[in-house]
Design a protein around this ligand. Structure first.
Ligand SMILES: Cc1ncc(COP(=O)(O)O)c(C=O)c1O
Length: 440
């Protein structure tokens, strides 16, 4: 059994996180319940940041808030001194509600609306990561109209796709994001941006994939971009201040996953950029990164109560939990794999193979296929590990199931940071077409 962060098994045989017995948490808050081990988030944030600081490299570590965005989470990121990525007006609004310093917010997205761009300009966000010509034109017009200087990064696709252990050199990339580096689109975008009176091009951005366990992809991407930067430096006297190499640092979901430590990813990136900038006679740019999953993924655990079960003789035993694809869409969406234990019987040896079903009316609503557990019964508590990234943030109300609450645990204290949705919340925006009988 692999336990993450502060998780331990206590003397009563229950799973404990942040110094708190998870069975007590379930008694207090019910299930399903998202539990975040905030000291693990802080540890990860510091590891990324300190690696740059120790090497004296100018950098920004921006938390990709799409992984898990709530006011409390962004306040924690603010406390840790990180920057922040947002990809929509809603994520920006959450950041503003969290009083996140606007100058440390980077605004992403492949189809930002004019209203969202105006919102970003009104709040003077630190930088806008421009994704396409449509956006560049709107932004250029808005900046002139408002006589407001706008810092941008140009998002490029360097022709490298990385995922876990694979990276693919794609030449021209078939991606909905960014300007292609090879076919001249990125250069046209740069020239257009440089012509625009109020646009200040800070540098370039790329994001090559997710759940990456090796540094090769990042290094190849950095090399391609730096070569282009050197070309543009010579041709247009453009000196990039920033190279943003995105997120995508992998985490351990199951025993098959062997991620590197944050400092390893960062150190190799820095070494390469230093070496290449020296070779290309470019000034060393600031290095920005955007970790999402690697900051919050393994800090999150979801607690469920087991309910019904179904045995298909000689085939499989299904155990159903009181949540599913509504609180964790990733298994249904990406066939994502997770590990889990019985939180209230964490010391017992596994004795049977089961599969964990969600409660939605959808055969694909399976959280875990083939999990070894002690013989489990209704009302046992299942703890699914590593649900901290893209769990709550992708949660939905399919089958009109209310979304679970979120709590933070640290040093023996638990704090409710998102309330459980109620049935009343579910119909809050509904408008009737007939008057209720009681109102007539
Ligand atoms: C542009 C960008 N940056 C950062 C991230 C964060 O990725 P991860 O959560 O894998 O670190 C993503 C994820 O989709 C992204 O699209």
């Amino acid at each position: 059994m692999h336990l993450y962060g502060t998780a331990t098994i206590n003397t009563t045989g229950n799973l404990e996180i942040g110094g708190i017995d998870t069975v007590k948490l379930v008694e207090k808050y019910g299930t399903p319940l998202y539990v975040y081990d905030t000291s693990l988030i802080r540890e990860r944030a510091r590891a990324f940041k300190q690696t740059f600081d120790n090497l004296g490299i100018k950098a920004q570590v921006a938390y990709a808030s799409k992984a898990f965005s709530t006011v409390a989470m962004l306040q924690l990121i603010k406390e840790e001194g990180l920057s922040l990525d947002v990809v929509s007006g809603g994520e920006l609004y959450t950041a503003i509600k969290a009083e996140f310093p606007a100058e440390k917010i980077h605004f992403h997205g492949n189809n930002k609306s004019e209203a969202e761009l105006i919102m970003a300009l009104d709040h003077h966000v630190g930088c806008i990561v421009v994704d396409n010509f449509y956006e560049l034109e709107i932004l250029s017009d808005l900046s002139v109209e408002r006589k407001q200087v706008v810092n941008i990064l140009i998002r490029v696709t360097p022709g490298i796709e990385a995922h876990t252990h694979d990276y693919i050199l794609t030449g021209q990339e078939d991606s909905k994001f960014g300007f292609d580096l090879q076919n001249g689109q990125a250069e046209s975008a740069l020239l257009k941006a440089l012509e625009s009176e109020y646009i200040n091009v800070l540098g370039l951005h790329c994001h090559i994939g997710s759940q990456i366990f090796e540094t090769t992809g990042f290094i190849l991407a950095a090399n391609k971009i730096l070569e282009k930067m050197a070309e543009w430096h010579a041709a247009f006297e453009f000196t990039p201040q920033v190279l943003n190499l995105g997120g995508g640092f992998g985490i351990r979901y199951t025993a098959e996953d062997e991620p590197l430590a944050p400092e390893n990813y960062v150190q190799e990136m820095i070494n390469e950029v230093q070496k290449e900038t020296a070779r290309l006679k470019l000034p060393m740019p600031e290095i920005w990164i955007e970790p999402g999953r690697s900051l919050v993924g393994d800090a999150g655990t979801t607690l469920y109560t087991l309910g019904s079960s179904k045995n298909v003789p000689n085939v499989r035993k299904y155990l159903a939990v009181d949540g599913g694809m509504t609180d964790n869409l990733r298994p249904a969406l990406y066939d994502a794999k997770y590990e889990a234990i019985l939180a209230n019987r964490a010391n017992e040896q596994p004795s049977e193979l089961v599969s964990i079903a969600g409660k939605c009316c959808e055969s694909g609503d399976m959280l875990i296929w083939d999990l070894q557990l002690p013989e489990a019964d209704k009302n046992d508590i299942l703890a699914v590990f590593c649900t901290g990234a893209y769990g709550y943030s992708m949660a939905n109300n399919y089958n009109r199931i209310p979304r679970p609450p979120v709590i933070f645990v640290e040093e023996g204290e638990d704090k409710l940071v998102v309330k459980r949705e109620t049935y009343e919340d579910l119909v809050r925006l509904d408008l009737p077409i007939t008057k209720s009988v009681s109102a007539r």
